[in-house]
Structures are given as structure tokens and as C-alpha cells.
Design a protein around this ligand. Structure first.
Ligand code: HEC
Ligand code: HEC
Ligand code: HEC
Ligand code: HEC
Ligand code: HEC
Length: 225
């Protein structure tokens, strides 16, 4: 029985004292790690450089808070129903947290279920085509399939609760009706939008600049678990 060429060669390589793979693997891993750190550092540094001088604004918007006043121009996201924040949160002054009820107590803010809409729309504007669509879904027991506007990568940990506690509920100069001023630091002026859009960058640099200005955590593991 002869050896197969491949097997033989493999053994020779594995046993050869001159060609242990381990140090090479270690070396290349170290190189990748150093490379990654350099890239991250460069990006963070670059972002900080870019916004030097005008990076945070102190504001009447949320008293006692400085936050990055950067804007971002997100695109319109198509939605199954032509829902306007301007009509609801703007003109009719419905509180953001009346619909996004989880914001105060969990990671997510949540999108309201159709039952919440129907609390008003079984009587309001029932003859309008968009409300007729809504009513048809309601009668079939369906919910509109809203598309996401914001979506951080899964490796980022974010929570609404901590931010709302710090900037709204623990802030003596604001009360619950001022919620939208706090939301606007990260979402822009949603109450004036007819279609919800991403209007702040929500990049790592954006989060970190605000944490630096307001004594938020800077530890990587707070945002990356
Ligand atoms: C009448 C209920 C209602 C009120 C009041 C309301 N929203 Fe919304 N919100 C929705 C619905 C429905 C959606 C999903 C459709 C969309 O994206 O436009 C949404 C979407 C959003 C999104 C995008 C979510 C995503 O996918 O990333 C943000 C941000 C948001 N709302 C913030 C606010 C803020 C801030 C306020 C107060 C100024 C507010 N909302 C008031 C119902 C409401
Ligand atoms: C400190 C920044 C910050 C503040 C303040 C903030 N948000 Fe958000 N919000 C985010 C980020 C970041 C996301 C994206 C989270 C993700 O993709 O995991 C988000 C996502 C959302 C979403 C999409 C669905 C969800 O539940 O995650 C809604 C709706 C929303 N925010 C509403 C609000 C409302 C209403 C307020 C004010 C009451 C508010 N946000 C305040 C940063 C903020
Ligand atoms: C607190 C009451 C209230 C709630 C809750 C509410 N709406 Fe409204 N909605 C209104 C009012 C008021 C108007 C303006 C009606 C008018 O101009 O005739 C309106 C208008 C609209 C319109 C525009 C109709 C048109 O073509 O003029 C749409 C679409 C709509 N709402 C969808 C929704 C959806 C979807 C939800 C749930 C996420 C919702 N609404 C929740 C009160 C409410
Ligand atoms: C408006 C300023 C501001 C912005 C913008 C902001 N943060 Fe914060 N964040 C804070 C402050 C201040 C705290 C500390 C809150 C406290 O004292 O409990 C905090 C706390 C946190 C915590 C809680 C840490 C813990 O101890 O559990 C996480 C996680 C976090 N932020 C992630 C983010 C991420 C991710 C972003 C960007 C998408 C972001 N934050 C944007 C101000 C901000
Ligand atoms: C305050 C929250 C926060 C802190 C603290 C933080 N990050 Fe991030 N990081 C983010 C967010 C948000 C993103 C996603 C940005 C995006 O999607 O544009 C991110 C993205 C990244 C990425 C992916 C880069 C890319 O371009 O996609 C790496 C790698 C990373 N962070 C490493 C780190 C390291 C290392 C530290 C500690 C020095 C750290 N982060 C601290 C919020 C944070």
C-alpha cells in the first residue's frame, strides 16, 4: 500500500521544526489587530477633526445639555400608510411617548399597534382614503408593515430608557410635554416631518462626542457587548 502524495507532504510539513504555523498565525493576528486599531483610531480622529469648533451646541432645546448639532440627510422610506408626524405630533401636538410608549422604560421606543391609531380613527377622518385603508387592515386583524428608518448594526448596544431618564425625567427644567425636545437631539425635528427620516448621523463619533460633553460612558464595552 503506497502513501498518497498529499498525506505524506502534510506530515512532513507538520513535523518540520522550521515550519511551525503557530508563530505565523499569531503574527498575522497581531497585524490584523494593530491594523484594526489604527483604522478605528484614524476614523475617530478624523471625525473629531472634522467637527472641531462646531461640534457641540449648548441649547435652550434641552437645558443643561450640550449635544452634537450635526445633521444627516436620510432618504424617504416608503411606508404602507402615508403617516405624517407633522399632522399628529406637530399640528395636533400628540406627545411622542403617547405612541412610542416604550421609550421611557426600555431599549426600544416601539411603533404603535394599529389599535392605538383606531382609538382616534374609528371617528376621525374616516372618509379619507388612507384611513379607509387603515380601517380595512383593522377589520382583517392586520397591522401595517412599517419599514425601519433607523437601524444600528447589531454589535451596538443602545437604550432609550437611560437617555430619557437623564435628559427628560431627571431634568428639573423639562416636563413630559417637552419629550420631543429630547428626542430631537438624536432624531431631528420629527414633529415637522411628513415622512419620518433619519436626520442625525448616529455614528460612533456622534454618540461619543455627546458622551464626552455630558459625562456619558466612554468605555467601549458600554456600547459594544
Ligand atoms: C400618532 C402616533 C405617533 C406619534 C404621536 C409619534 N409617532 Fe413616531 N412613528 C409613528 C409611526 C406609526 C411610525 C412608523 C411610520 C414612520 O416611520 O413614519 C413612527 C416612526 C417614528 C420614527 C422612525 C422609526 C424608525 O423606523 O426608525 C421615529 C424616530 C419617531 N417616530 C419619532 C417620533 C417623535 C420624536 C415623535 C414626537 C415628536 C413621534 N414619533 C410621535 C407614530 C407616532
Ligand atoms: C440619545 C439618542 C436618542 C434619543 C434621545 C432618542 N432616540 Fe430614538 N433612537 C435612537 C437610536 C440610536 C435608534 C436606533 C436604534 C437601533 O437601530 O437599534 C433609535 C430608534 C428609534 C425608533 C425606532 C424603533 C425603536 O424602537 O428602536 C423610534 C420609534 C424612536 N427611536 C423614537 C424616539 C422617541 C419618541 C424619542 C423621544 C421620546 C427618542 N427616540 C429619543 C437614538 C435616540
Ligand atoms: C389622538 C388621536 C390620533 C391618533 C392616536 C392617530 N391619529 Fe391619525 N389623525 C388624527 C387627526 C386629528 C388627524 C387630522 C384629521 C384631519 O385633518 O381631518 C389625523 C390624520 C391622519 C391621516 C391623514 C388622513 C388624511 O388623508 O387627511 C392619516 C393617514 C393618519 N392620521 C394615520 C394614523 C395612523 C397610522 C395612526 C396610528 C399610528 C394614527 N393616525 C393615530 C388623530 C389621530
Ligand atoms: C444627547 C447626548 C447623547 C447622545 C447623542 C448619545 N448619548 Fe448615550 N448617554 C448619554 C449620557 C449623558 C449617558 C449617561 C446617562 C446616565 O447618567 O445614566 C448615556 C448613556 C448611554 C448608555 C448606558 C451605559 C450604561 O451604563 O449602561 C449607552 C449604552 C449609551 N449611552 C449608548 C449610546 C449610543 C450607542 C449612542 C449613539 C447612537 C448614544 N449613546 C448617544 C448621552 C448621549
Ligand atoms: C457611545 C457609544 C460607543 C462607544 C463608547 C464606542 N462605540 Fe464603537 N460604535 C458605536 C456605534 C453607534 C457604531 C456604529 C456606527 C455606524 O453604524 O456608523 C460603532 C462602530 C464601531 C466599529 C465598526 C466600525 C465601522 O466603521 O463600521 C468598531 C470596530 C468599533 N465601533 C469599535 C469601538 C472601540 C474599539 C471602542 C472603544 C475605544 C468603541 N467602539 C466605543 C458606538 C460606540
Amino acid at each position: 500500500m503506497g502513501y498518497q502524495a498529499g498525506e505524506n507532504t502534510d506530515q512532513m510539513v507538520n513535523n518540520s521544526p522550521k515550519r511551525r504555523p503557530l508563530p505565523w498565525i499569531r503574527l498575522s493576528m497581531a497585524a490584523v489587530l494593530v491594523g484594526a486599531i489604527v483604522v478605528i483610531a484614524a476614523q475617530v480622529f478624523e471625525k473629531q477633526l472634522h467637527h472641531e469648533g462646531e461640534d457641540v451646541v449648548a441649547g435652550p432645546i434641552v437645558p443643561g445639555t450640550q449635544f452634537p448639532d450635526e445633521t444627516f440627510s436620510g432618504k424617504d422610506v416608503p411606508q404602507p400608510i402615508n403617516f405624517s408626524h407633522k399632522i399628529h405630533a406637530g399640528d395636533n401636538e400628540i406627545n411622542c411617548m403617547f405612541c412610542h410608549t416604550y421609550a421611557r422604560r426600555s431599549k426600544v421606543s416601539g411603533i404603535p399597534p394599529l389599535s392605538k391609531c383606531m382609538g382616534c380613527h374609528t371617528t376621525i377622518a374616516t372618509e379619507k382614503p388612507e384611513i379607509e385603508k387603515l380601517t380595512a387592515m383593522w377589520e382583517k386583524g392586520e397591522n401595517p408593515k412599517w419599514n425601519k428608518v433607523h437601524d444600528l448594526p447589531d454589535f451596538v448596544h443602545f437604550t432609550h430608557q437611560r437617555h430619557l431618564k437623564r435628559f427628560l425625567f431627571d431634568n428639573e427644567e423639562l416636563d413630559v410635554s417637552d419629550a420631543k425636545r429630547v428626542c430631537s437631539m438624536c432624531h431631528g425635528d420629527i414633529a415637522e416631518m411628513t415622512v419620518a427620516k433619519k436626520s442625525r448621523p448616529l455614528t460612533m463619533g456622534f454618540c461619543i462626542r455627546c458622551h464626552e460633553a455630558n459625562e456619558g460612558p466612554s468605555d467601549c464595552t458600554k456600547c459594544h457587548k
